[in-house]
Design a protein around this ligand. Structure first.
Ligand code: ADP
Ligand code: MG
Length: 658
């Protein structure tokens, strides 16, 4: 017997539902329904099409809210429940069976059945076992992997019944469950509902078919939004020994806890799986729309790699002559001051500075060089004997000239590799005589090829002779064109420069008619132009990333629109707003991650091809991670709006979408 204090399972008092208003004509579909249903009852609600049965069921199942009147579930006022509590009721208390089955088309039968348990946080193995058991009970074990379109109507309806039972399904709400089925399948489904009722489930069956309704213990007839008759009127409810009492359900609703720790993992996995399924099903469209992100990421990575590669190449060229090198030359600060000269006397004074390791004057000019009947235009430079060590440029054959040659202005020459090739073509040049501007010189050595390492093609067309010889015999000018200094400490070139500058300024009586620069500064200047170039390329590429993000938003908006019904189904099986949000954000993330990975892969392919074509290229992990991160961020940012739109959908509206 039922205890007196036991609340009704479901109780409606004067429930009304109006549609329309706001311009459209207002219709009242439910016009004061009062109804009490107890645990374990098997109730049929019959009525003609359009009488308001489905509207009533949506209200009973908390998919919709009444316009007025009260609805109590196990004694709790449903109007006072928050969205999460309503989601709990849909998930744990109700099981829906719809006329159109409402299965998720991209998921298999087993995945559809497992859906409510995923949102309930049931651990994977337990979930799989229960789904297998239910599918077997409904004779579908061999169809577990089939997708809905691979199942007959009767089979789909049985899958949806299995889904309704997944979390218990204390109240089975079946809206015209046999409406779309052939008579045989219809009979099977009705038999199942009978069995469920016998096992203690409350079953509320909605139908327009009196024959179907006759299987229930109690028949409620509705017409035009009113209850016309109720077979239970005036009788005490029959009660059902196997049913979970309403008070227990109420307790469970009240002690409803947050999901068990770790439940998010199952949900995330499911979200990922669902996201992957959707992406795969629409792979062509997805690939096209992802092109934006793919091209964006690929171009960011390749552009930055090319920028970095050319920067490193230039640095290597300039660095080939040493980064501790300082150059001094005459300079005219303004038109009234004549260009100054750094004289040999200045050099002698500067060589005393502790910051100066080596110092040498340089003079030079274009010269005509002959050997036998061959001639060649070469740049001949007069240098100090420290040339090889200062410029980090050793001789390849023979020897460099020494102090004695310098002191005696000896006519000896050390020739670059291209000069050697031109004048001697493979023969040994050492000891041979050449004419430089008709002055005979003896070749005493050759310089190693520098062009290959420095990229400076002209470096090897030079001839080096002693400074004194060049200034007296070749060019007839005593003062150097410029002066090369090797700083003692490569890491303190700035300080050396400052010391040189101070001393020179004093020697030149305060007139700054000279200029001090260094290799490091030249490298820096070059590097910074290259840097801004690659930044610009990067910015252009970043714009395509933004376009890619808009592509993701486009996919997501389309997906949300196309899958509105799926969202409704997920909500009916108990998904909370944040589950839906998570689902669609996961899809946006997966999209952008896929796009990002594809972009990096393409960048590496393009980079490989460029490398084969001898383009200097240097991939940077930071650039790759950065581009990938940007793709992810834009994808998620642009995916958020559609995801939120999906999460805020109303369950009935979503379910009734085409
Ligand atoms: P049944 O399930 O008994 O066939 P419904 O509950 O689906 O009937 O619909 C009852 C009435 O409410 C119908 O006349 C239908 O046109 C109307 N109706 C249902 N949903 C809406 C809605 N969202 N907006 C306006 N009218 C609606
Ligand atoms: Mg209906």
């Amino acid at each position: 017997m039922k205890a007196l204090h036991e609340p009704a399972l479901l109780e409606l008092v004067d429930v009304r539902k109006r549609y329309g208003g706001n311009g459209t004509p207002e219709v009242e579909v439910l016009r004061g329904i009062s109804l009490r249903i107890d645990a374990g009852e098997f109730v049929a609600i019959v009525g003609a099409s359009g009488s308001g049965k489905s509207t009533l069921m949506n209200i009973l199942g908390c998919l919709d809210r009444p316009s007025s009147g009260s609805y109590r579930f196990a004694g709790r006022d449903v109007a006072a429940l928050d969205v999460d509590e309503l989601a709990w009721l849909r998930r744990e208390a109700f099981g829906f069976v719809f006329q159109g089955y409402h299965l998720i088309p991209s998921a298999s039968a087993r995945e559809n059945v497992e859906m409510p348990a995923i949102y309930a946080g049931t651990p994977g193995p337990e979930r799989a076992a229960r789904a297998a058991e239910l599918l077997q009970r409904l004779g579908l074990e061999s169809r577990a992997g089939n997708r809905p379109h691979q199942l007959s109507g009767g089979q789909q309806q049985r899958v949806s019944i299995a889904r309704a039972l997944m979390n218990g399904g204390h109240v089975i709400l079946a809206d015209e469950p046999t409406g779309a089925l052939d008579s045989q399948s219809g009979i099977e489904v009705m038999k199942l509902l009978d069995e469920l009722s016998a096992q203690g489930h409350a079953v509320i069956l909605i139908t327009h078919d009196r024959e179907v309704a006759a299987r229930a213990q109690r028949i409620i007839e509705v017409r035009d939004g009113h209850i016309l008759s109720d077979s239970a009127d005036g009788q005490l409810p029959s009660g059902n020994a196997g049913a979970l009492p309403a008070s227990r359900l109420r307790e469970r609703l009240e002690e409803r806890r947050e999901l068990p720790a770790g439940a998010w993992r199952g949900e995330l996995l499911e979200a990922l799986r669902a996201a992957w399924r959707v992406m795969w099903v629409n792979r062509f469209r997805t690939a096209l729309t992802l092109l934006g992100i793919v091209i964006g990421v690929a171009s960011v990575v390749v552009m930055l790699a090319i920028g970095e590669g050319s920067k490193r190449q230039v640095m290597a060229q300039m660095g080939a002559f040493g980064s501790n090198i300082i150059y001094l030359s005459g300079f005219s600060p303004n038109p009234r001051v004549p260009e100054g000269v750094v004289t040999l006397a200045d050099i002698a004074a500067l060589s005393g500075l502790p910051q100066v390791q080596r110092i040498m004057p340089v003079t030079g000019g274009d010269t005509l060089v002959r050997h036998g009947n061959l001639d060649f235009q070469a740049y001949t430079r007069g240098n100090g004997i420290d040339f090889p060590s200062i410029l980090n440029w050793p001789v390849a054959e023979g020897a460099f000239f020494d102090q004695a040659d310098e002191d005696s202005a000896a006519t000896v020459a050390v020739i670059g590799q291209k000069v050697r090739d031109k004048l001697f073509a493979g023969r040994d040049p050492i000891g041979q005589h050449i004419l430089i501007e008709n002055v005979p010189f003896q070749v005493i050595g050759t310089l190693v090829a520098k062009g290959a390492s420095s990229g400076d093609e002209d470096a090897d067309t030079q001839i080096v002779v002693p400074y004194s010889t060049a200034s007296i015999r070749l060019f007839g000018k005593p003062d150097p064109d410029f002066v090369v200094v090797a700083a003692a400490d490569a890491s303190r070139v700035q300080q050396a420069e400052a010391a040189i500058d101070r001393l020179l300024l004093r020697l030149h009586r305060g007139v700054r008619d000279f200029e001090v620069t260094n290799n490091a500064a030249l490298i820096q200047a070059e590097a910074s132009t290259r840097n801004s170039l690659s930044l610009m390329l990067g910015a252009i590429a970043a714009i395509s990333l933004l376009v890619g993000g808009i592509g993701v938003m486009n996919i997501m908006l389309m997906t949300v629109r196309e899958r509105t019904r799926e969202i409704g189904i997920r909500m009916a099986t108990g998904a909370r707003q944040r589950d839906i949000l998570r689902q669609f954000l996961t899809e946006a993330t997966l999209l952008s991650v896929t796009g990002g990975i594809a972009g990096i892969a393409i960048a590496l392919l393009v980079g490989g091809a460029l490398l084969l074509a001898d383009v200097a290229i240097a991939f940077s992990l930071t650039a790759m991670l950065g581009a990938f991160g940007c793709a992810l961020a834009t994808g998620v940012a642009f995916g958020f709006m559609p995801a939120r739109k999906a999460a805020r959908l109303d369950p009935v509206t979503a379910l009734s979408s085409p």
